[in-house]
Design a binder for this molecule. Sequence first.
Ligand code: HEM
Length: 148
Amino acid sequence: MTEIISKVMRKLQNEVRAVNKGEEDILTEDDLTDMHYLKAVIKETLRLHPPLPLLFPRVLMRDLKINGYNIKANTRVIVNAWQVGRDPKSWYYLPEVFEPERFLTANKGMNYLGNDFQFIPFGAGRRICPAIQFSSTLNDIALANLVH
Ligand code: HEM
């Protein structure tokens, strides 16, 4: 585990230093454009450790069949985003392992904007987190500066 973390950290530092070349003290939004590995690291962190692991509860407005289960109207349903992010049916390659590269290869293009239901750290549908853009930029800038 420690080995994986130091491998990721080395790659991340190399990317941040290559983009910045030590010219600025504080990195800004403009510096983030080419930091693809950094964005993959943030995605992988949110996949394995979503800060809100059980999304906001929903209540069914009518009887519904979901995945073969008959669910009555007014039932409270809790979505386990933590489990969704580790489901081996969606995450074929070592689902429990911290491997940001998956977002640059097998899962390239997958995002947390609410359209990829295998990856929902910000939820999905009408109650999706309204601060996705704000939080992702903030996360990217904070991590880039920490690593820098
Ligand atoms: C990495 C940071 C964040 C994560 C992972 C996150 C995640 C979430 C999740 C999972 C939900 C529930 C969505 C659902 O049930 O479908 C939510 C809702 C919400 N989030 Fe965030 N959030 C983050 C940051 C923020 C920030 C910074 C703000 C405010 C500035 C914010 C404001 C809200 C609000 C107001 C809702 C409720 C939306 C509604 O019920 O209609 N979030 N967030």
